[in-house]
Ligand binder design. Sequence first.
Ligand code: MN
Length: 420
Amino acid sequence: MNHYRELRRALARRLGPRALIHLEGGRSVPRNFDVDYVFRQNSDFLYLTGVEEPGCHLVLEPKSGREILFVPRVDSHHRVWEGHVPSPAEAKTLFGVDRVMYADELKKVLGRRAVAPKARLRDALDELRAIKSEGELALMRRANEVSGAAHRAVMAATRPGMREYEIQAVFEAECMKAGMRHLAYPSIVAAGVNGAVLHYRRNDAVLRAGELLLIDAGAELKGYAADITRTFPADGKFSRRQRDVYQIVLETQKDCIQAARPGVVSADLHVRSMRRIAEGLKSLGILRGETDGLVEGGAVRLFYPHGLTHMLGLDVHDTTGGKKRKMPNPTKVPVRFVAKLEPGFVITMEPGIYFIDALLRDPALRRKHKTSVDFAKVESFLDFGGVRIEDDIVIRPEGPPLNLTSVPKEIAEVEAACAR
Ligand SMILES: [Mn+2]
């Protein structure tokens, strides 16, 4: 309760005493006749209230310190079908807001008074949401613990012959059993070559012996996301080739995690990861030439085409921190998330190596990178799929970040977690 009140006060302070803040929560969206999509509250509304019910509003009046939560007025028909909905009196204790009214009274309260322009409110929220409070970190730590346990359960339960969705069911059942009924994003459960499809969503193929399984999945708690990826062998033992590629990704990830400190620019970390991966692929004989050229010329991107990191919070790709934090990309590689890391940022660390048919068989790309890439060697990897390892970390004022994710990732640990 207190943590939400503190966040509301911080927003009020930021917008000044003359502002009148009105925030509308999410509304139910119909899926088809009499059926709504599973409701997920608007992230800003969750940030300020923790209220997970649809149809609510929040009004803050910084000058008087007044806070009013508006809840929908429901009739007896609604109660018959949907059950009890908290009354204003109940909502007051439930959500720790001084005053609760019905949503149909909103107009009466706002009258003709001007509310803070949307862009100003947006920016203030983005600035605040970038730095996680202790209360938020506690929720994120818990979402990560439960998701981590679910990843370990998946390693223990997976066998060749299972469908990807059966493995998905293991993950999601573990989260639900621990009380987390919502996922932070649709689970990616990708066997073999599907691991090279970055946003794979079909999850219906059979996992075969000798293949890797890549699972990118996380639960959310009060809206706060965990975003974790692990890649492990279907039969519990890495092959020589799988081990070689995996080790490059793992070393890259560990190196970038320890380098994530306040003041470091996220884009520089991305370049750091590209260099590590370029060197690893050189050691496998897949890439050749100067590392700088491989990074700046784009050859590495054929095998590692996504970002190293993104902000994490109430959105799985969370706000990048508002206008004040915008800065030019200091590197020569295109990257979407460019920010100086600050204490209290929660970010992911997720390098990967993939053998993506659509890129590696593209004639124009083959011509462009023919001196940097041994395409004959690449052919023998087109059945490989991909490896990604992703943890969630908190930037601390000093020293290395706090890693929220505790799931086996060293080769020996992964094999032990997969032991039959
Ligand atoms: Mn991620």
